[in-house]
Design a protein around this ligand. Structure first.
Ligand SMILES: CC(C)(COP(=O)([O-])OP(=O)([O-])OC[C@H]1O[C@@H](n2cnc3c(N)ncnc32)[C@H](O)[C@@H]1OP(=O)([O-])[O-])[C@@H](O)C(=O)NCCC(=O)NCCSC(=O)C[C@@](C)(O)CC(=O)[O-]
Length: 306
């Protein structure tokens, strides 16, 4: 079986994770989390989003978070921007990269962005043009690629067409979101077969799996086997999605690091420091980590210390 030699982990906990947590954190708590994550060796940290505070109040202080973080050389600090207003704020915050986000079903698009898929893509045109003019890299997201909470199954061909559209419009990569975690090894294989048959370059794809049905790691193994080398993860398995009731958090960073260690794939993340970040955010939110690997490793640590 072929696997990539090296994987880039995109840490989305401070954005995708915290946007859905009931406990409101201060900008200082959020920036401390980001600093702990950058200390682990994570190369990309989605630090916030510049969206309407009426839609996602948890991200309303993203400018303050960007102001407080201690930037490490080589780390990319990114943010979501749904429109030009978001781009203005992102530029002011000196982000390293922005992300635009669309869905593959009309119902999810309306719930998340109050617009149809094509209206959303049109809204992104000036954002992409202005980003290109200042050499600001743009990531594209597609939600619901393996199932939609409102429309059910999704045709891989639709995902393929929208992925092509985002890449052609200037995104350097597209992150494929299994927003509600219904994907399986089978549906993931069928999706990637379609995308690769349609000549979508695998090096421009990232995988973004939620673990609602406990399938995220299996799905990521399949994605790795197809050659995908960028994986989105969230420390302590934080999060969910405000527009997908019942969706649990992203796959935990600790679980993916453990998986990659077992496969001998390079990732550059220091597990003990990652466990510290995981413990920190779980304490701040007063909740248990959702990472099985973190639970096991922290238990083993406390047993051997006793
Ligand atoms: C797109 C809009 C703004 C349309 O929202 P709208 O209500 O249609 O548009 P609007 O232009 O009338 O704006 C509403 C209010 O927001 C303000 N506003 C408008 N834009 C901004 C901005 N950039 N920053 C700050 N404020 C803004 C605007 O000024 C106005 O304020 P008011 O007049 O009511 O006081 C809204 O639908 C929105 O912000 N949506 C974002 C929703 C979101 O962030 N969802 C979560 C991220 S996506 C995700 O999690 C999935 C992903 C990426 O992780 C992958 C996966 O797992 O699937």
């Amino acid at each position: 079986m072929n696997y990539p030699d090296k994987v880039c982990l995109v840490e989305v906990g401070p954005r995708d994770g915290l946007q859905n947590e009931a406990t409101a954190l201060t900008a200082s708590q959020k920036s401390t989390l980001v600093d702990k994550l950058s200390a682990c060796g994570l190369p990309v940290i989605e630090t916030g989003s510049f969206v309407s505070p009426r839609w996602v109040p948890q991200m309303a202080d993203s400018s303050a978070v960007f102001e407080k973080i201690k930037r490490r050389p080589g780390v990319r600090y990114t943010a979501l921007t749904p429109n030009e207003r978001g781009l203005d704020a992102a530029i002011d915050a000196n982000v390293s990269e922005i992300a635009i986000f669309a869905a593959v079903t009309e119902s999810f698009s309306r719930k998340n962005l109050n617009a149809s898929i094509q209206e959303t893509l049109q809204r992104f045109e000036p954002v992409l043009a202005r980003a290109a003019a200042r050499d600001l890299p743009v990531r594209g997201y597609l939600s619901c690629v393996l199932g939609c909470p409102y429309e059910g199954e999704v045709e891989p061909q639709v995902v393929s067409q929208l992925t092509r559209q985002l890449l052609d419009s200037g995104c350097h990569e597209v992150s494929l979101g299994d927003t509600i975690g219904t994907g399986t090894a089978g549906s993931m294989s069928r999706l990637l077969d379609t995308l690769l048959t349609d000549n979508i370059p695998v090096e421009q794809l990232a995988m973004h799996c939620h673990d609602t049905y406990g399938q995220a790691l299996a799905n990521i193994v399949i994605a790795l086997q197809y050659g995908i080398a960028t994986i989105d993860t969230s420390v302590a398995g934080l999060g969910g999605c405000p527009y997908a009731v019942g969706a649990t958090g992203n796959v935990a960073t600790e679980d993916v690091v453990y998986l990659l260690n077992g496969l001998g794939i390079e990732h550059g993340v220091d597990m003990p420091l990652l466990l510290e970040a995981s413990r920190y955010i779980s304490e701040q939110l007063q909740r248990d980590t959702q990472s099985r690997a973190a639970k096991a490793l922290l238990t083993a640590q406390s047993t051997s210390a006793a």
